[in-house]
Write a protein that binds this ligand. Structure first.
Ligand SMILES: [Zn+2]
Length: 190
């Protein structure tokens, strides 16, 4: 997942498809995933159980992100408008849409519960470790997975820190605790 100087959660080139998804294609894949994917169901139920639909009142949408401040991202959780946005133009497959959706729903879940850290950078780092562990890095063998999570978390935490070095330190400080925190999944669900 690492680019030479990539920003947070940057797309990688898929071997399976050369063109990115249109808004219509992305929405169709998304609907299918929302309706049938058990992991997504667990996340949505957990979010709604925590505080009704307030954290996700506008749901999940696919949109084109090119030309916006989010254009380098796969997707994002918008805490102000209470929605998850999938950047369709940075996705090439249903699997990528699913990974992004899990990642961003973990952020929405974490936005609904009390965090474990006082500092914003540590809170962000912990959320990124969890979202990457359960999202785009989920299916890797353990050592590769830890590397994937660490690198993606550092990239996503950098903008909350004064340097990459600080981001690396912050991510390292929260890593083990947050990597082990699989809420709302328990070991049977994984
Ligand atoms: Zn993230």
């Amino acid at each position: 997942m690492q680019g030479p100087n990539g920003s947070a959660f940057k797309p990688e080139i898929s071997r399976f498809r050369s063109s990115t998804l249109s808004e219509t294609e992305c929405t169709a894949e998304l609907q299918e995933i929302l309706d049938h994917d058990p992991k997504i169901q667990v996340l949505l139920h957990a979010i709604f159980n925590l505080n009704g639909r307030r954290t996700l009142v506008r749901g999940v949408t696919c949109r084109t992100c090119k030309g916006t401040t989010q254009q380098d991202k796969y997707g994002y959780y918008d805490g102000q408008y209470k929605r998850v946005v999938i950047c369709c133009d940075n996705h090439r497959s249903k699997q990528e849409v699913r990974n992004t959706l899990i990642h961003e729903l973990v952020h929405a879940f974490d936005a609904s519960r009390k965090g474990a850290f006082d500092s914003i950078a540590h809170t962000v780092a912990c959320g990124e470790v969890r979202a990457s562990r359960m999202g785009q890095c989920a299916d890797l063998p353990l050592e590769k997975q830890r590397q994937c999570v660490y690198e993606d978390a550092v990239r996503s935490t950098e903008s909350y820190c004064d340097s990459t070095h600080t981001a690396m330190r912050v991510v390292s400080q929260v890593f083990d605790q947050c990597f082990a925190d699989l809420a709302p999944f328990n070991s049977q669900d994984e």
